[in-house]
Design a binder for this molecule. Structure first.
Ligand SMILES: [Zn+2]
Length: 432
């Protein structure tokens, strides 16, 4: 809790710059139980009334009813109940905004979907919000973006940060097992994301920061050493996981982008969602990330155990290859976006010189902060999280395709690029 307390109080000094860091959350409470304190916690934020309390069938049963009952003591409420498994899409967001139109602020009670809908509706309507977490399932509670599907395309849209984030560990302990496993997946990807970001930073001279990792390191080491308690409702383990996820959200805010929490492993997951197999029932975000993190860890293992650096060649993708893979519209948008990471033979040879010069040091720098695939796999196994594409319901071809083409959707240089540019991206060797 120390790091979180310091961050909230504006007392955490950035280890890189020495400056005090600020985060937009005003009140963050993690306790064994919040029962009886709900109204006081919200009241202290001084949010405009009436409150619109957003929940779905599951989160209403878990905690929503309790929050509604408590907040009713502060005045008229607008309960917004979204039924069974609502989708975080434009249609549901419209419904929230319509029902919440007369509200002064939103109180979301839930995890990914409900939190995103509340934060997004608040941003669109210039309102404020707070969230009561019901599961440690993803790192979006404290982020300033919401994943909303618009016209069938999943987008990361601007949202407001909740001013209050309230966590009742007893509620988290009763969250569905899958949600806890997903949260562990979205936490352990820190390792592959940091390795990717660090590599791009050193090779291409892009900005890279250690701060978002510095404040997570101890918690992550403690959790990964023994994550099995997560499934037994072990409070210290659940507390560590939710703290890591909340800090991961702050890390993105501090870096002005998702760099510290989303690299190659997230690109593969995005590709799967962009081009899903027919009739696929999407797995939870963190379940997909568990599987794709393991693939990235294996790829990083393969490249980082080489004595000599990979030899980059001129980029092989073209506008034509992207259009034939993604279709005209998306293909051209990707083509535009990834221009900065495409190069000709001359640039490739300059990068090869650089790789040659930095290789031993780069390897040891990355190895110092990443977890080998065996360690990632063992940790995921301890929480029974998905580790194979079959566990998230994918055909092999879809998964192989996603590994091959994920790097084409975004201008983020990861080990997927380093491997592809040097002829070392062989999905079949990373899948089993
Ligand atoms: Zn994620």
């Amino acid at each position: 809790m120390d790091v979180l307390k310091k961050l909230l109080a504006g007392d955490y000094r950035d280890p890189e710059t020495g400056e005090r860091l600020h985060v937009p959350v005003k009140s963050l409470v993690i306790q064994e139980s919040l029962a009886g304190n709900e109204a006081d916690l919200v009241k202290a934020l001084d949010l405009p009334k009436p409150y619109a309390v957003v929940s779905d069938d599951h989160t209403h049963r878990a905690l929503g009813l309790r929050v509604e009952t408590a907040l009713a003591s502060l005045g008229k409420l607008i309960p917004i109940r979204l039924g069974n498994r609502p989708h975080p899409d434009d249609k549901t967001a419209e419904r929230v905004m319509q029902e919440g139109e007369k509200a002064g602020s939103y109180i979301a009670v839930g995890s990914g979907t409900i939190c995103d809908l509340g934060k997004y509706a608040a941003a669109r309507q210039g309102k404020r919000c707070a969230v009561f977490a019901t599961a440690p399932s993803m790192n979006g509670y404290t982020s300033v973006n919401a994943a909303i599907t618009v016209h069938g395309h999943k987008k990361s849209l601007a949202a407001v940060s909740p001013e209050g984030v309230f966590v009742d560990l007893g509620i988290l302990a009763r969250a569905p097992k899958r949600l806890i496993q997903a949260g562990f997946g979205d936490a352990i990807c820190r390792s592959t994301a940091q390795a990717d970001w660090l590599m791009a930073g050193r090779l291409l001279g892009q900005p890279y920061r250690t701060t978002p990792f510095a404040f997570i390191a101890d918690l992550e080491n403690e959790l990964v050493a023994d994550p099995s308690g997560l499934l037994k409702g072990d409070r210290p383990a659940l507390s560590r996981l939710i703290q890591i996820l909340l800090l991961s959200g702050f890390g993105m805010t501090i870096c002005g982008g998702s760099y510290p929490a989303s690299q190659g492993e997230h690109l593969i997951s995005h590709h799967i969602e962009m081009m899903p197999p027919q009739g696929w029932e999407p797995a939870l975000h963190g379940e997909q990330i568990a599987v794709t993190t393991l693939v990235m860890a294996k790829l990083q293992d393969r490249i980082l155990t080489r004595d000599t650096p990979p030899q980059l060649g001129a980029s092989k993708v073209s506008a034509g290859s992207l259009r034939s893979h993604f279709g005209d519209e998306v293909g051209l948008a990707c083509w535009k976006d990834i221009q900065p990471k495409l190069w000709d033979t001359e640039r490739a040879s300059r990068l090869n010189e650089r790789l040659q010069a930095i290789w031993p040091r780069l390897k040891s720098e990355i190895s110092a902060v990443r977890r080998p695939a065996a360690e990632v796999e063992a940790a995921l196994a301890k929480v029974e999280a998905p580790r194979c594409y079959t566990a998230i319901g994918l055909p092999r071809t879809t998964f192989r395709d996603a590994i091959l083409h994920a790097r084409e959707i975004r201008n983020r240089y990861t080990f997927l690029d380093l491997a592809a540019d040097s002829g070392l991206l062989e999905p079949e060797r990373l899948i089993d």
